[in-house]
Design a protein around this ligand. Structure first.
Ligand code: F6P
Length: 547
């Protein structure tokens, strides 16, 4: 069991509150001008990662108190419980062991007295052999043709991880076209299948529970479409499944040799390292899938063994708590300066918001402080031309993570230098802003008259003092991507420990699912059951207008 400590009752929290009032009007640029060592003091070099967190509203005292908070909530002890397979997802009675999926084959991790590593490696071997046979063309479709297309059918964690990683590792991709069907919107599935050749397409149904409405509906639609082109017998060669629910897979008619099992101690939003990553392995090859896992394992080791002041996930989690709970910041932006990571913020939205969007603490009481942050973002430089205005001059405080790479993959240095110039320029601009004197000097140099200048001045001033973290990595490789994802996974864990919430359940998504089942009956039958007046009216309007 994780500890149960209300963070606001710790000594560190009280000190942080006082410290916040005493320092909240300080400007970051003043911290820089009075501390020549600030950039070095507040940066961490780990393998090919260089993390600069000096552009934050912190002093050494702030970090000291935040680290004190981590110690007071027994973070170290809780990390060990997480890695050791304790039942830390208490409301579902499960361990949380995505870290075991990337552990070395020689390691041992016990769940209910059983070492889970041999089974993990058995499934890995199956993923490897299957991926290699599909990629090489040894495994074929029912007419003997090699596969050309893969369709991953899943939603939430059974979609977002694989889709984000296959996009991110596009550079490392082989000849197979990988598609993703997730939404129960029939137009989504139709748009995907309309261009597929049933003879050369492999379908991967991914659902941890194998009861998810969207996935089963899409899988059945695809199966029906497939059977208009092939016989029932051909299903065996074209459909495989990833799940914990072997009974339901069987009912669906998937041959047991085509099942890639996973365990309930893998959370959906942390499952890409398991058989859920089959589409990743098919897309970039098993070796790259394993490198991704190895990168995550390296970050696991860093997180588990490094002192908190040099520990990247811990430091980033503490900074996020500082803004969320003391500055009242409601959201965080994730801005990768690579188009390959264009799905990264969407992926983290599930990871972070489904995990830490909780308002009841580990003792079952309503929390009296803020928890999970809103996550959003898009790649730079596109986002600069979309929402950066609000980050620079809006009324909200939005801490942002800037993720960039020293090398570009295709080696187009002219582009890459421009991209990275923007990357560095934005965090500098967010730090410094533009003072009245600077605006006056700039406008005077342009020959602007005094009265016009006076009019324009307020609009041209940037306050600056906007916090950012810079995560600069040598190169986007499967290993560095694995480490980056694991970094955020552990940040989620640290924040969950501090906020004293259960990060690994998701009861909040159940109510909507239950109501949708009831409403489907209302839509498909003559009567509408009792609802609030607004929902009843909307349903009446929908049914009346529907052709
Ligand atoms: O959205 C709720 C959720 O349970 C997620 O946590 C999960 O990733 C998704 O649904 C899909 O679930 P499954 O893999 O069981 O189909």
């Amino acid at each position: 069991m994780l500890t149960n400590i209300n963070p606001t009752e710790t000594e560190a929290w009280k000190k942080l509150q006082e410290h916040f009032y005493a320092t909240k009007s300080f400007a970051m640029k003043d911290y820089f001008s009075t501390d020549a060592n600030r950039a070095n003091r507040f940066s961490i070099q780990w393998k090919d990662f260089y993390v600069d967190y000096s552009k934050n509203r912190i002093s050494p005292k702030t970090m000291e108190l935040l680290l004190e908070l981590a110690n007071e909530v027994h973070l170290k002890e809780n990390i060990e419980k997480y890695f050791d397979g304790e039942i830390i997802n208490e409301t579902e009675g499960r361990a949380v062991l995505h870290t075991a999926l990337r552990a070395k084959e020689t390691s041992e991790v016990f769940v209910n007295g059983q070492n889970v590593i041999p089974e993990i490696y058995k499934v890995k071997q199956k993923i490897k052999e299957f991926s290699e046979s599909v990629i090489s063309g040894t495994k074929t479709g029912h007419t003997g043709k090699a596969f050309t297309d893969i369709v991953n059918i899943g939603i939430g964690g059974s979609d977002l991880g694989p889709v984000m990683v296959t996009e991110a590792l596009q550079y490392y991709k082989n000849h197979l076209n990988v598609h993703f069907v997730s939404n129960v919107d029939g137009d989504h599935v139709q748009e995907i299948i309309k261009n597929l050749n049933p003879e050369t397409t492999l379908f991967v149904i991914v659902s941890k529970s194998f009861t998810t409405q969207e996935t089963l509906t899409n899988a059945l639609t695809i199966r029906k479409w497939f059977l208009t082109h092939a016989s029932e017998k051909a299903i065996e060669q074209h459909f495989v499944a990833v799940s914990t629910n072997l009974e339901k897979i069987n009912e669906f008619g998937i041959a047991s040799k085509n099942v890639f099992p996973m365990r309930d101690w893998v959370g959906g939003r942390f499952s890409l390292w398991s058989a859920v990553g089959l589409s990743i392995s098919l897309s970039v090859g098993y070796d790259n899938f394993e490198k991704l896992n190895a990168g995550a394992h390296a970050m696991d080791t860093h997180f588990r063994t490094t002192s908190f002041d040099q520990n990247i996930p811990v430091v980033l989690a503490l900074l996020s708590v500082w803004y969320n709970n003391f500055y009242g910041a409601e959201s965080e932006a994730i801005i990768p300066y690579t188009q390959y990571l264009h799905q990264f913020a969407a992926y983290l939205q599930q990871g972070i918001m489904e995990s830490n969007g909780k308002s009841v603490d580990r003792g079952g009481n309503r929390v009296n402080y803020q928890t999970g942050t809103l996550i959003w973002g898009e790649p730079g430089t596109n986002s600069q031309h979309a929402f950066f205005q609000l980050i620079h001059q809006g009324t909200k405080l939005i801490p942002a993570d800037f993720i960039g790479y020293v090398e570009s993959l295709h080696g187009n240095n002219e582009h890459h230098d421009k991209l990275m110039a923007n990357f560095f320029a934005q965090t500098e601009a967010l730090l410094h802003g533009k003072t009245e004197a600077e605006v006056v000097a700039e406008l005077s140099a342009k020959g602007m008259g005094a009265s016009q200048m006076e009019k324009l001045l307020p609009f041209k001033i940037f306050e600056g003092n906007k916090p950012t973290n810079t995560i600069l990595v040598d190169k986007l490789t499967p290993e560095s991507l694995g480490a980056l994802i694991a970094l955020y996974e552990h940040k989620i864990f640290v924040q969950g420990v501090i906020w004293n919430i259960f990060s690994y359940d998701q009861w909040g998504v159940e109510l909507g699912k239950q109501l949708a089942t009831k409403i489907l009956t209302d839509i498909q039958s003559a009567e509408i059951a009792e609802h609030d007046a607004s929902t009843t009216n909307l349903l009446k309007h929908f049914k009346k207008s529907k052709k």
